[in-house]
Design a binder for this molecule. Sequence first.
Ligand code: PGA
Length: 251
Amino acid sequence: MTTRRKLIAGNWKMNGLKADGLALAKGIADKLASASPNCDMLVCPPFTLVAPVAEAVAGSKLAVGGQDCHAKTSGAHTGDTSPAMLADLGCKYAIVGHSERRTDHAETDAVVKAKAAAALSAGLIAIVCIGETLAQRDAGQTIEVNRSQLNGSLPEGADAANTVIAYEPVWAIGTGRVATPAQAQEVHAAIRAELVKLVGAEQAGKMRILYGGSMKPDNAKELLALPDVDGGLIGGAALKVADFWAIAESC
Ligand code: PGA
């Protein structure tokens, strides 16, 4: 059996004003004060809410992360946020390479890799996202696409302590169409096998691989019970305390 501790991560995306975000984060932190689900818990608010949320949950068991970061520490990059800035606000994690960033901002594997490397340098844990589109799945390219994105996006020096992988099939994100347990396990196992080549068997065995894409309270248990699924990266269902908590409790 695995000794990997699961990670339940909420990706709030571009949702919530201050009152909503604070209520959500405090709601989860309060629950964590009196109960200990069998997982680590993380919220990644929009950048505007990182500071207030980090302050509100400081000292609790709830970790805070950014949804993206720049590849540089500082400089002439209008509108961007460096990983050092996230760390400075109390973040422990940064998501990099989410498919919405890859699509909306034309982020390539090379860009994602540079961002992940910068996150590691700033002392953050990088959550590196990969995943195939429906067209790629239908063309039978699922494993190949994920392997290739993993190879292109994983930073030098990645290990189980500083890096988490998130497998997020693009066709499952925000669609309500979740991967079947068999589909998820197949890709997670292939990712782990590729990680053995990239970081060695020991680190690959310890590295967490999250599933993301329409994970909800009613399908989480089945997915989280799979041998190579080490947690979830959750969008929609992370916006309600009860749903996010129910997912954590199913670990
Ligand atoms: P979803 O989003 O849970 O709303 O499908 C997951 C993600 O994009 O991280």
